[in-house]
Design a protein around this ligand. Structure first.
Ligand SMILES: [Fe+2]
Ligand SMILES: [Fe+2]
Length: 288
């Protein structure tokens, strides 16, 4: 990952949730997670867009891992003695599926899985049950692998075609804006005197600071967010949205199909060694 776990973790200063007293609150938090994990399972369809064999293998593995996370939260609900409740619309918005492979890697994987990992870390720090913490820690480590994949793909994309920076930056800023809105919503509905929840504003600031650092290290953000005025941020969001929807509406894009792995597999590095064998048999000189 471009950031270490230590850089991403928030210090709750020893504050803990109480399984009995905080049952409803924990059930609400876990329900938002459960929704995210179910959207994670749907990652499977991105295999149609996988540009190479390594990505295809990664997506197949990720699909299994997200299924395991659903099981982890099922166990969490059993441990808690509670039932899942309805998910908040901001969580649905943040889990909205992207329309392109590039958006998927940057927004859902590098940034979105980054949010997920940070909430995992928060649960690990504030739950008072060793067994449950161990189970969730296992899932958190797998999420770190998902972030890493998104970061690597996004870095490659920006090196290959720097125009994607402006196309994606506004969408990243839009997600951060939604998180700030979410803070206000939670503050109105949750007991903010709770030892964990009272730290929510600082915790969400940390999520934003960590995301900013990731975007900077990715090369997506060229200056600190505080140096970007409201008008500049709004302009960046409008530009990204205009590009996203303009591309969707452009009629030539309806007929354009991106090459799939089945079109390009012969040139995939994964087959390089057997392709060389074939060349040897046919007497074709090996490439230097
Ligand atoms: Fe997950
Ligand atoms: Fe994930």
């Amino acid at each position: 990952m471009l950031l270490t776990r230590e850089e991403m973790a928030f210090d709750f200063k020893g504050a803990k949730f109480d399984r009995e007293k905080d049952r409803d609150l924990l059930a609400w938090i876990a329900s938002q997670f459960l929704y995210g994990e179910f959207t994670g399972i749907q990652i499977g369809h991105w295999i149609l867009q996988a540009p190479d064999m390594d990505s295809a293998k990664f997506l197949a593995r990720q699909c299994i891992e997200e299924l395991q996370h659903v099981d982890a939260f099922k166990e969490f609900f059993r441990w808690l003695g509670a039932r899942p409740v309805k998910v908040h619309r901001v969580v649905k918005l943040l889990s909205t599926e992207s329309s392109t492979w590039e958006e998927h890697c940057a927004l859902e994987m590098a940034q979105g899985e980054g949010f997920v990992a940070m909430i995992f870390y928060a649960l690990l720090a504030t739950l008072d049950d060793e067994k449950m913490v161990k189970k969730l820690d296992f899932a958190a480590r797998q999420e770190e692998g998902h972030i890493e994949f998104g970061e690597e793909q996004t870095k490659k994309l920006l090196e290959r075609d720097p125009r994607w920076r402006k196309r994606l930056l506004g969408l990243h800023l839009l997600s951060l804006w939604a998180i700030k809105r979410f803070e206000k919503w939670i503050a109105r509905r949750v007991d903010m005197n709770h030892p964990v929840m009272s730290q929510l504003p600082q915790y969400l600031d940390k999520i934003i600071a960590v995301t900013e650092l990731r975007l900077t290290r990715l090369g997506m953000l060229h200056k600190p967010l505080r140096e970007m005025g409201g008008f500049e941020k709004f302009g960046a969001i409008c530009r990204s949205l205009a590009w996203k929807f303009g591309r969707k509406l452009a009629f030539w894009n309806w007929f354009r199909r991106k090459p799939r792995l089945t079109d390009v597999y012969m040139n995939d590095p994964y087959l390089a060694d057997v392709m060389s064998l074939k060349a040897v048999k046919e007497g074709i000189p090996l490439a230097a």
